[in-house]
Design a protein around this ligand. Structure first.
Ligand SMILES: CC(C)(COP(=O)(O)OP(=O)(O)OC[C@H]1O[C@@H](n2cnc3c(N)ncnc32)[C@H](O)[C@@H]1OP(=O)(O)O)[C@@H](O)C(=O)NCCC(=O)NCCS
Length: 192
């Protein structure tokens, strides 16, 4: 498992983002009620909160056994300096339910510890995306705000937070869940 930083100006990286977004059309359909286009892959390089500086915008490929199986978008220091906001974790459909997602989250948590001042991860998830909610709970995230409404999304959303220093839940496919994994913080965090 590895996270590789993708660069917008690299044609192969751009093509990779587009191909994964197109392949995982179910996500965009469920979230926005529309099938994705190639431009939606490209937009992952630029679609960040306006307050987020260029240097704090990251799109990673989730690499499993040298194969790029998904995308992970992260904004550093948003909405507060101690938070890393996960904009999206998206795996190719045939790569799901193999504990790649939770390994990617643990890998990210490890990486974020080297980002000065960042202590927590946060994300917004649609209340209709019950699979993702179960997944994030599995990864130790707790809901800190619920039923948030944002224009353009098909359902309301929840904000979920986890401390970086939580004990890893996934050990090679054997997973444990503990309430200690997460600390509810930043109740006023906003949905993207
Ligand atoms: C959400 C997503 C990233 C999860 O990644 P994944 O690699 O498939 O998930 P994992 O195999 O690591 O699952 C870990 C745990 O999460 C829960 N989970 C994951 N998928 C689930 C599903 N379809 N149904 C029920 N529980 C599920 C389970 O508890 C699972 O543990 P288990 O397999 O031992 O029961 C992936 O399904 C995905 O890309 N979905 C589409 C995009 C999306 O919705 N992203 C989240 C946006 S907020």
């Amino acid at each position: 498992m590895n996270l590789r930083h993708l660069i917008r100006s690299n044609e192969e990286d751009l093509a990779l983002a587009e191909s994964i977004v197109l392949e995982a059309a179910d996500y965009r359909l469920q979230t926005y009620g529309q099938f994705p286009g190639a431009a939606d892959g490209a937009s992952l390089f630029s679609c960040f909160p306006a307050e987020c500086a260029d240097d704090d915008r990251f799109l990673f490929a989730v690499v499993d056994h040298k194969t790029s199986v998904g995308l992970l978008q992260v904004a550093r220091g948003y909405p507060a300096p101690d938070i890393a906001h996960i904009g999206l974790l998206l795996l190719r459909p045939q790569q799901r339910r193999r504990h790649i997602g939770c390994q990617a989250v643990e890998h990210l948590a490890h990486k974020l510890r080297t980002w000065k001042g960042v202590t927590h991860m946060q994300l917004g998830v649609l209340t209709s995306n019950t699979t993702a909610i179960r997944f994030w709970q599995h990864c130790g995230f707790v809901t800190t705000a619920s039923e948030c409404r944002e224009p353009g999304f098909l359902s309301s959303g929840n904000v979920m937070v986890r401390a970086l220093k939580a004990k890893p839940v996934c050990k090679g496919g054997r997973c444990e869940i503990s309430a200690d994994h997460a600390h509810a913080r930043h109740l006023a965090a906003v949905m993207r």
